[in-house]
Design a binder for this molecule. Structure first.
Ligand code: HEM
Length: 277
């Protein structure tokens, strides 16, 4: 009888979405932790440039996520895990960006292609499958309340930041105990009613959410290693990410620039020729 009871309890917890999601994302979590950018963080080697670029991407990601969570806050799959007062990150990231880039930070931020793809997916599911938002909210918010808390302390030391300025992203004033809050969050996740099909799709989406994060980190790392200089900040949000180039690369590969340069050389050559006559 005791054994039967144990089996029933085990089955119940194995059926919990919070347990299943943790299980299916275990391997991809290890991969996310092991990206070069996350390793730099863990080793206390993150540079100010890396951190600023990461904040730019996080701004776009949370803007998309929180817009979709707000829009779908009454949806039966979203309402139980909707905690804007405790979790919302956008206003904190805005303050961090203002601290690092100044009042005109909106004109200076860089949004790489992988970040755009991630945001595009969040917006798409907000419109088409709001229940998948559980997967994205879990991946970001529970991550921020777990390893993210350690990363915040490491970043403060490695970037030699003396106050909370620039580090507000990591601070959750509305959460007094991250561990207790995570327990509450998991129980709310488990209370969401999903069909079997929806459940397995949410699990798939969670793996995808981690993959998106990995791609964002890899993209940022590539941008930093492509040039030792400051990444060139482009102005305006609407320009496609593909136009963002580092250092002199844009000049070397831009066909219009090459055409204009060619014309200038031709005009100069003709002028010298005429002058010589
Ligand atoms: C340096 C990188 C990272 C470290 C050191 C780290 C560390 C950790 C640790 C120790 C936990 C377990 C906390 C607990 O059991 O209470 C955890 C949980 C978690 N992490 Fe990370 N993590 C890192 C990166 C990431 C990234 C990049 C993501 C996703 C974008 C992420 C998402 C999560 C999630 C969703 C959980 C909650 C798991 C659950 O309880 O269901 N982590 N992390």
């Amino acid at each position: 009888m005791e054994a039967d009871k144990k089996r029933t309890t085990q089955t119940a917890s194995d059926r919990d979405l919070s347990e299943q999601i943790k299980k299916v994302t275990k391997d991809v979590h290890v991969r996310a932790e092991s990206t070069d950018l996350m390793l730099s963080f863990q080793r206390g080697q993150v540079t100010l440039q890396q951190y600023k670029l990461l904040l730019c991407s996080l701004y776009e990601i949370y803007r998309a996520l929180e817009e979709e969570m707000d829009r779908n806050c009454d949806h039966p799959s979203v309402a139980p895990i909707y905690f804007p007062a405790e979790l919302a990150r956008l206003a904190s990231i805005e303050k961090d960006l203002e601290f690092f880039f100044g009042g005109d930070w909106r004109e200076k931020i860089v949004v790489p292609a992988a970040t755009k793809r991630y945001c595009h997916r969040i917006k798409q599911i907000g419109r088409e499958n709001p229940e998948y938002l559980i997967a994205h909210a879990y991946t970001r918010y529970l991550g921020d309340l777990s390893g993210g808390q350690v990363l915040g302390r490491i970043a403060q030391k490695s970037l030699k930041l003396s106050s909370s300025d620039g580090l507000r992203f990591f601070t959750f004033p509305g959460v007094s105990s991250p561990n207790l809050f995570k327990q509450l969050y998991r129980s709310r996740m488990n209370s969401v009613e999903l069909t079997e099909e929806q459940r397995s799709e949410v699990l798939e989406e969670a793996v995808r959410a981690f993959e998106f994060n990995i791609q964002v980190f890899e993209d940022l790392q590539k941008m930093m290693t492509a040039s030792d200089d400051e990444p060139q900040m482009w102005t305006g949000h609407s320009k496609p990410a593909t136009t963002l180039q580092l250092g002199g690369t844009a000049l070397q590969t831009n066909p219009l620039f090459r055409l204009v340069l060619g014309l200038l050389v031709a005009v100069a050559t003709v002028s010298v020729g005429l002058y010589a006559l």
